[in-house]
Each structure stands twice: as C-alpha cells, then as structure tokens.
Design a protein around this ligand. Structure first.
Ligand code: NAD
Length: 421
C-alpha cells in the first residue's frame, strides 16, 4: 500500500478550515493533516482539536511554518490572493509540493517567478481549478474527446454570479477591492478561462473585454439608505441586498435555516445572535451602496483561440442564483449544459436531443458541484503515485487562464481594445 500523503494547510479560513481540512480527514486511508498555520488563534485551535494536530505543528503564520523543517509532503496554500506566491516559493524551496488556491497572483511576473522556482526545485504545484473535477465539466470534456460534435467552432459560456454572492464577496467582502486581492475577472473567472482553454483544447491568441462597476455605487443608493442595514435603514423593505434578509432570513443563505456559507465566512460558530452582532457594525452589515468596493459587477469577454474557435463569455452579478451554463457548437452537433440543474443536452444534427441527467450518474455534488473533494483525491494520487488524471491543472496549465484573465482586464480598462497574448 502507498504511504499516506502528509498534508499541511496554511490559511484556515473558508477554504483551508471549512473545505479542505474536512476532505483530508474524510480520506484518512490516503492522507493525514499534520500541520496548520493561521494568525487567527481560534481557527488554529479549532483545527488542532478537530484533527488532533500536535501542538508543535500549529503555527501562527505560513511564514513561521515554513521556517521549521519540512513537516509534510504537500502544503495547501489557502491564504489570500496576494500572499500565494511568496509562500509558495518558500514552500517549494523547503521541498514541499504545493496545492495552491486560485488565483495564483494578479501579477504576471510573480506567476512566471513561481513557475521558474517550481521547475528549479522539481516540485509539483497544482492550482485549485475545482470545476475541472466536477461530473458536469468532466462529462462535457469526455464527450468532446469522443468527437460528439466533431470540430468545435464556437463556445458560449455564462457565469451568473448571484445577486447575494456578488453582495457578499465582491461588494462587502474579501474580493471587493482589486488592489487588495485581484480584478474580478481573475478572482472569479480564472476558473472559466481555464475551462474554456481546456474544452477548446487550445491556447488563446486575442482577447477583448467590456464591463464595469455600474450598480453598487453611492449614487444608486435608494432614498433613506443607512450606512448599515441594521441601523434603521428606511429603504430596507424593498432592498434585496439587505444584510438581514441575506444573512438571517433567506432560506438558502440565512442563519435561521443553516449555519454554512455565507455566514460561516465571518462567524466561526454562527447562530442568530452572533451573526446579528457581526452585522451591526461589521463589513457584512454595510449598505451595498456605501462600501469601498471597486470591482466590476458585469463583464463580457471575447476570445479568439489559436485553433480558430471563437468564444464568448459573460459574467454578471444580477441573477437570482449562482450558476454556470455553456453551449458548445460543433460541425456535427451541439452540447448545451446547465450546471445548476446538472443537465447536459446533446444534439447530433438531424437527430433527437439526448438528455444526460448527471444526478443519475453520481450523488456527490457537494462543494463546487462535487469538484472540491475529487480534486483533493486526484491531487493525492498525482503526488504520491504520479497518476495524473486529465483534470489536473499543473501550474503551467493554470497560468494560461491567468494570462487570459489579465489580458481581458487590460482590454476592459482600455475600452475593449483587442489584446494579443
Ligand atoms: N478554488 C476555489 O474555487 C476558491 C473559492 C473561494 C476562494 N478561493 C481562494 O482561496 C483563497 C482563500 O479564500 P478564503 O475564502 O478561504 O479566504 P479567508 O479569508 O476565509 O481565509 C484566508 C485565511 O488566511 C489567513 N491568513 C492570513 N495571513 C496568513 C499568513 N501569513 N499565514 C497563514 N494564514 C494567513 C487568514 O487569517 C484567513 O483565515 C483565496 O485566494 C481565494 O481567492 C478559491
């Protein structure tokens, strides 16, 4: 039997503590969490107690952990966007393989530097493009490889961010300021750019993009809007972005109905009292029209792929649900997919449409449509046995998506000028 993969995690927030640590624990025959680091003492204590980690392997920062001798086979880096590269470089030099949260970095030069270090140290860096591992996109890729539509000519893809998700992450939350983290087309859509390159089976030659921050701005605040939703806002009743509606009452996102995402991103053990307390004067209680956000709320991207496939992609905040849809048009047929419904509709031209219901093939769609857990398992096989599944995104592969997203952002800022990669 192969040895267990020893895992260390730095950044015990939503991804590190709430997503990856439980996945590692569930796969205890193949992997083991042995060390953690985070400046938040409560989160370190939580991980230490829950996963029986030795006191001496609990650190207050990634930097501190990386001062110690190598403690694991692989380091999961789940800190914020701008911390990734320095931490990954130090980890590679210590001999760790790395599972790196996306985006790698908003700075193309830093991305290059990391790639060079990984090559010099001969260590593997896999980037968390979790959607590649979902039954939905894996099935579409499998169909394309089998020639289902013959030659692909055009792909249309859409990401519906969801009004509450936009408000939570990109207006009030961590990814609201491109200078602090990344432009939204990189932060949110490097996944989509990666999927498009993968499905088109081609690099991209030219990009153009339009979009902006049109709605979540001071001048769009309704009359009587208060700075905080819980401090007597007169516009509350008609406002879907009201923090109380999203975080307390809503059936899918409110703490009255469940204590998971998004309330667990700002309260470690959420209940109604602790969430109300956090909303009173905290960032997530702010009026969406009175925040310090600067990332877009809608953006479109056109890609001209090196193999001649044309692609259009649209990301928009203003949707009722978070979802991705895709249409792939080939010379002999088309594939349409709705990830939210877990349905694929395949029509070879001149024949009946075949409906592929993915819920009949698997029942595990938790965590990014089932992608989170499958990714960790497949990365483990890659690190420990060298078995490389078609979904694995090595750093070099992932960076293609980053360069496209950064070019799209440049194009958007220059009013849609076509940018050649
Ligand atoms: N793969 C995906 O689909 C996906 C989804 C969401 C977020 N992400 C990415 O994952 C990363 C983490 O996101 P998150 O939502 O967990 O953020 P988060 O803010 O919840 O967690 C980040 C954690 O890092 C800790 N931290 C800060 N400085 C540190 C240091 N020097 N050493 C160790 N820990 C430190 C923070 O205290 C915090 O607990 C981000 O880059 C984000 O873009 C990826």
């Amino acid at each position: 039997m192969t040895e267990k993969m020893k895992v260390a995690i730095v950044g015990l927030g939503s991804r590190g503590l709430l997503v990856y640590a439980p996945i590692v624990a569930q796969n205890d025959r193949k992997m083991e969490l042995v060390a953690v680091a985070d400046p938040l003492e409560a989160n370190v204590t939580e991980a230490k107690n829950r996963y029986h980690i030795k006191e001496e392997n609990c650190f207050r920062s990634a930097e501190e952990l990386l001062q110690a001798d190598r403690l694991a086979d692989i380091l999961f880096i789940c800190t914020q966007d701008r911390q990734h590269v320095p931490q990954a470089v130090a980890a590679l030099k210590k001999g760790y393989h790395v599972l790196l949260e996306k985006p790698v970095s908003p700075d193309a030069k830093e991305c290059d530097r990391l790639l060079q270090t990984a090559e010099e140290c001969q260590r593997k860096v896999c980037v968390c493009h979790v959607l590649r591992y979902t039954p939905f996109y894996s099935k579409i890729k499998e169909m394309l490889l089998a020639g289902a539509v013959s030659k692909v000519m055009n792909i249309q893809a859409r990401e519906d961010v969801g009004f509450f998700h936009q408000a939570h992450s990109f207006v009030r939350g961590n990814w609201r300021d491109a200078e602090e983290t990344s432009p939204m087309i990189l932060a949110k859509c490097c996944h989509d750019m990666d999927l498009l390159v993968w499905l088109a089976d081609s690099g991209c030659s030219t990009v153009s993009s339009f979009g902006g921050l049109s709605w979540f701005r001071e001048e769009n605040a309704p009359e009587g809007a208060a700075k905080y939703c819980l401090s007597g806002c007169a516009a509350k009743d008609d406002c879907p972005y009201d923090a109380e509606k999203i975080y307390i009452f809503d059936k899918k996102t409110g703490v009255r109905h469940h204590a998971g995402w998004p309330v667990n991103t700002f309260v470690l053990h959420p209940d109604e009292d602790s969430v109300r307390e956090a909303l009173r004067e905290g960032p997530y209680g702010r009026c969406v029209y009175h925040c310090d956000n600067n990332v877009v709320d809608h953006q479109v991207v056109n890609l001209n792929m090196e193999n001649g496939i044309t692609v259009t992609f649209s990301m928009c905040a203003f949707s009722a649900t978070c979802n991705r849809t895709i249409k792939i048009m080939g010379t002999m047929g088309q594939i349409e997919g709705d990830m939210g419904k877990n349905m694929i509709y395949y029509t070879p031209f001149g024949k009946e449409t075949e409906e592929i219901d993915l819920t009949k093939l698997t029942d595990d769609f938790s965590g990014h449509g089932g992608g989170d857990a499958r990714m960790v398992e497949q990365v483990c096989d890659y690190i420990m046995n060298g078995t490389k599944s078609p979904s694995i995104t090595d750093l070099a592969v992932s960076l293609e998506s980053h360069y496209i997203a950064l070019a799209a952002e440049r194009s958007r800022l220059e009013n849609g000028r076509a940018v050649t990669l």
